[in-house]
Design a protein around this ligand. Structure first.
Ligand SMILES: Cc1cc2nc3c(=O)[nH]c(=O)nc-3n(C[C@H](O)[C@H](O)[C@H](O)COP(=O)(O)OP(=O)(O)OC[C@H]3O[C@@H](n4cnc5c(N)ncnc54)[C@H](O)[C@@H]3O)c2cc1C
Length: 511
């Protein structure tokens, strides 16, 4: 049997993998993406049941509805000439121990909540903190992630690149560390500290002491913009995945779903292709793994870069998820919020299990996501469901089903506060556990990603000790979340296409 050959093989079609693949194809390389699942997109894949469009992961998007944008995903879609239809919105709801509150996106919206809950002195404390953050946010903005070179000392290289960074030098020192020390220095009020801790947790899966300051500064930077808003892609995350795929295909690249890679093939000390679980072998000059740290370790033959494999395999993991997916009849209901974030008890730590939940009803903004008069809902407990509770259970067993119903009651109790007859309204009900999450997203222990503390350093870069092998995605710099994984995909593409292609890309984007 003749062996298929291509220049670049990307293992996994997460947002990181697709960004890498599409940019490498744009730079003239022959690219094949291999995806184990039937749907592309990884954590951001969409799926359909009974006329509903369900989301498996991300619900909070930003920086996609306008240009220029500092969001690496927006920049990549632009470079691929793949416009995305995006709907902007300006309010979300929080269900806090203090009460249910609608919070406007942007400085003013939050300030009015702080003033009414905590009074003028605390409002002033918040405003002073925001002033401290502004130069840090501006410094983060001045460091376009797509301009970073793959592998090398990114920050140092960037400082050399551009005189425009000089005014930001005093603030730059904050960016590579954790956000916690900045907060500790400037915020005393418990509500403000809880709020920042929650935002950190939603971004990184870890509390503020471990969350990267650059990521938080970027988030606050967007809030300081006069017309601050959040975005939702029309058609959900599947539409983003489709846009990246179209970009890939337009430049001659291709995707195969249902193609699980079993092993990276080696030619001496160099990766030279992959073997699929059906035994098929594909040769390639460059292999890029978009699998997570643990999955990548398992793809390497025993003995190859042994110490690095062990390091990948012993990466600490964030917690996992419970999910609830519903399709329900909305007739006679008051208007529902697009997003709600619930916190049960501030005195428990923000990452404690069953203490936070995110509820997203995309059909509120995009009616096409559900049949007429109906809503589609995705609720999840972010990065806080302990894997150990589930690790040894058989998904076919009665114990598993019982525990699933018990644990998912947290969602029903919350939702029934607003819609008491919700269960009777439902046409589709799917409860998911860490085992479901691991099965469909192919991630270690159903985890959100590596629990690498920003207090200890940055995430590892996209280059590896194995020649011909690169990585991208949530296990690599700059970390977890859609904008970071898009940036890591770009960095892996730069490593393949070289500095001239990277320069051309930056010139096209004028960044
Ligand atoms: C419930 C949830 C909510 C989230 N909410 C947000 C949010 O609101 N905003 C935000 O910015 N981020 C959010 N995130 C985070 C964000 O979605 C992820 O960090 C990001 O999508 C991960 O992308 P990735 O490139 O690392 O690839 P992944 O999504 O991890 O995809 C990797 C792909 O590789 C495939 N794969 C793995 N091994 C193999 C193999 N051996 N062979 C072939 N294929 C393989 C997998 O099947 C998968 O498709 C959320 C995540 C989750 C789970």
């Amino acid at each position: 049997m003749s062996m298929q050959r291509t220049e670049v093989v990307v293992i996994g079609s997460g947002i990181g993998g697709l960004c890498c693949a599409a940019l490498a194809a744009r730079a003239g390389h022959e690219v094949l993406v291999l995806e184990a699942h039937q749907h592309p997109g990884g954590a951001a894949h969409g799926f359909q049941r009974a006329g509903y469009h369900f989301e498996s992961g991300p619900s909070l998007w930003s920086g996609l509805s306008r240009w220029p944008s500092t969001n690496p995903l927006a920049q990549i879609l632009r470079a691929l000439d793949q416009p995305l239809e995006v709907m902007a919105y300006r309010e979300w709801e929080v269900l806090f121990p203090e009460g249910d509150l609608a919070i406007g996106v942007g400085s003013e919206g939050f300030e009015s909540v702080v003033k009414s809950l905590r009074g003028t002195a605390v409002l002033e404390e918040w405003q002073r903190f925001c002033q401290v953050l502004q130069p840090v946010a501006a410094a983060a903005d001045a460091l376009p992630l797509l301009a970073l070179p793959p592998g090398a000392d990114a920050m140092g290289a960037l400082l050399k690149r551009s005189g425009s960074l000089l005014p930001h030098l005093p603030a730059l020192r904050h960016l590579s560390g954790a956000f916690g020390p900045l907060v500790d220095r400037h915020l005393q009020d418990p509500f403000l500290r809880h709020w920042v801790d929650l935002l950190c947790f939603l971004i990184s899966g870890m509390p503020m002491g471990q969350t990267n300051a650059a990521a938080m500064a970027t988030l606050f930077g967007q809030w300081f913009e006069p017309e601050a808003c959040l975005d939702y892609p029309k058609g959900g995350s599947a539409a983003v995945v489709e846009a990246l795929l179209q970009g890939l295909q337009r430049f001659g690249g291709s995707l195969r779903c249902g193609a699980r890679v079993r092993e990276v093939l080696m030619d001496g000390d160099r990766a030279c292709g992959v073997e699929l679980s059906n035994g098929e072998r594909i040769r390639a000059a460059h292999v890029v793994s978009n699998a997570d740290a643990w999955g990548t370790a398992r793809l390497l033959p025993a003995g190859v870069a042994r110490r690095w494999q062990q390091k990948l395999d012993s990466t600490p993991a964030c917690g996992s998820f419970l999910h609830l997916h519903l399709g329900f009849d909305a007739s006679g209901l008051d208007p529902l919020p697009l997003h709600q974030v619930w916190v049960g008890d501030w005195e428990r730590s923000i990452d404690a299990d069953q203490n936070t939940a995110v509820i997203s009803i995309p059909s509120v903004l995009d009616p096409g996501m559900a049949p007429p008069g109906h809503h589609v809902l995705h609720a999840y407990t972010p990065a806080s469901e302990p894997w150990d509770r589930w690790a040894d259970l058989d998904p076919g067993s009665a114990d598993y089903t019982q525990l699933k119903h018990e644990r998912c009651q947290v969602f029903w109790s919350l939702l029934e506060r607003k819609i008491p007859d919700l269960r009777e309204r439902c046409q589709v009900v799917m409860e998911g556990t860490p085992l479901t999450h691991r099965h469909f997203l192919n991630v270690h222990q159903g985890s959100y990603g590596p629990a690498l503390s920003a207090a200890k350093g940055l995430f590892p870069g996209v280059t590896t000790p194995v020649k011909g092998l690169l990585r991208c995605g949530a296990s690599t710099f700059p970390g977890i979340g859609i904008p970071p994984v898009a940036a890591s995909g770009a960095m892996a593409a730069h490593a393949i296409a070289g500095p001239a292609a990277q320069k051309q890309l930056l010139e096209t984007l004028r960044i």
